[in-house]
Design a protein around this ligand. Structure first.
Ligand code: SF4
Ligand code: SF4
Length: 342
């Protein structure tokens, strides 16, 4: 058996959903795809420039001779009830990155050990990764990228991708059996609450709910943006939820370690009752995009979600936030009470 087959077979034995191997050069045209996006939305040049490095893996890892691409499926997990999940991108609830208890993460490490035993050196990191994950998985033929920019396999878009640089020349490209999006389907574009997804494959990350709700900048947003954020506290699944290619694909059957216990802290009202030590202890490790110095973002997001879906019992929580130790939260509470006419 050739070495590529051995690695792929081991990945499947471990229960990794997909495995392919590409040459580092296969990623070079990612720079062109990035440029196409910038051409559509010129103010993306600055935020997208940092991704250019992803196209040239050898710049950071000169000894890389191949990239092992692994796709893990997370849509099999049971998630908390709708009143909690409507505030979160589901990926973040079952995020395997930096989570030692995550079975998906353990499988990646097991596979890496196997690759080492074959005498191959590897390098990777959990965030932001060594290359552009969706493009790498597409180049490995493990699935396709749909018009909402998400990577899909036959299990829908509820998958996450890891890439390992390897110091051995290898290649294993699969052939996906998925059909492309219909030319007449625009459900994801129409549903995007901020119009960040404005055309097929064209997404402005500066206006997407996910980066906005996880922003560490001390910015407050205009009323229209606040309204468009809806009930979101951390992330957004709208353009994936409405996609017919995801219909009935969330399996909701297995328990993700610690998630159900954590659920009691995840509602907007629960967040407003937590002090900052508790937020750091309970939420920061899992939801790592909001950094420790910006924990106030949790409370401003919770207040915003409350305003957009107001219930009477929220009033006291918002009034209590007028005394918060962070000015950003006090201002947000003031803004909320004004909006609510209280
Ligand atoms: S994640 Fe949400 S805000 Fe971002 S493009 Fe998709 S629907 Fe729009
Ligand atoms: S909603 Fe339609 S256009 Fe958008 S990704 Fe899904 S199938 Fe493609």
């Amino acid at each position: 058996m050739i070495i590529e087959e051995k690695i792929q077979q081991k990945a499947y034995e471990l229960g990794i959903h997909k495995c392919g191997i590409i040459k580092p050069e296969a990623m070079l045209d990612y720079a062109d795809r990035l440029q196409e996006r910038i051409d559509h939305i010129p103010n993306l040049e600055m935020p997208y420039k940092k991704f250019l490095l992803f196209s040239d893996v050898k710049k950071n890892i000169p000894w890389a001779k191949s990239i092992i691409v692994l796709v893990s499926h997370y849509g099999h997990y049971r998630v908390p009830k709708e009143s909690i999940t409507e505030h979160y991108g589901k990926y973040y609830l079952v995020d395997s990155r930096f989570n030692q208890d995550s079975p998906e993460r353990q499988k990646i490490f097991e596979l890496e050990n196997y690759v080492h035993d074959l005498g191959i050196k590897t390098a990777w990191n959990e965030h932001p990764g060594i290359t552009a994950m969706r493009w790498a998985a597409y180049k490995a033929g493990l699935g396709i990228i749909r018009r909402n920019n998400f990577f899909y396999t036959e299990k829908g878009s509820w998958v996450t991708i890891t890439a390992l640089a390897a110091d051995r020349e290898m290649e294993r490209i699969e052939k996906p059996s998925l059909s492309e999006c219909s030319d007449t389907c625009n459900k994801c574009i129409t549903a995007c609450p901020t119009k960040s997804l404005s055309a097929p494959y064209v997404m402005n990350m500066t206006t997407c709910v996910s980066p906005i709700t996880t922003s560490n900048d001390k910015t407050s947003f205009d009323d229209e943006t606040n309204r468009c954020l809806g009930k979101s506290v951390y992330g957004c699944d709208v353009c994936q939820n409405v996609c017919p290619q995801n219909a009935n694909k969330w399996e909701n059957k297995d328990t993700f370690p610690g998630l159900m216990e954590l659920a009691k802290h995840l509602s907007p009202e629960a967040i407003l009752t937590l002090n900052y030590e508790e937020i750091e202890k309970q939420l920061s490790q899992k939801f790592f995009y909001i950094k420790k110095e910006s924990l106030w973002r949790w409370k401003t997001n919770a207040i915003n979600a409350m305003v957009n879906d107001y219930r009477e019992d929220y009033g006291n929580h918002i009034r209590n936030a007028l005394e918060d130790e962070f000015e950003m939260v006090r201002e947000k509470a003031q803004w909320a009470l004004q909006k609510l006419g209280q």
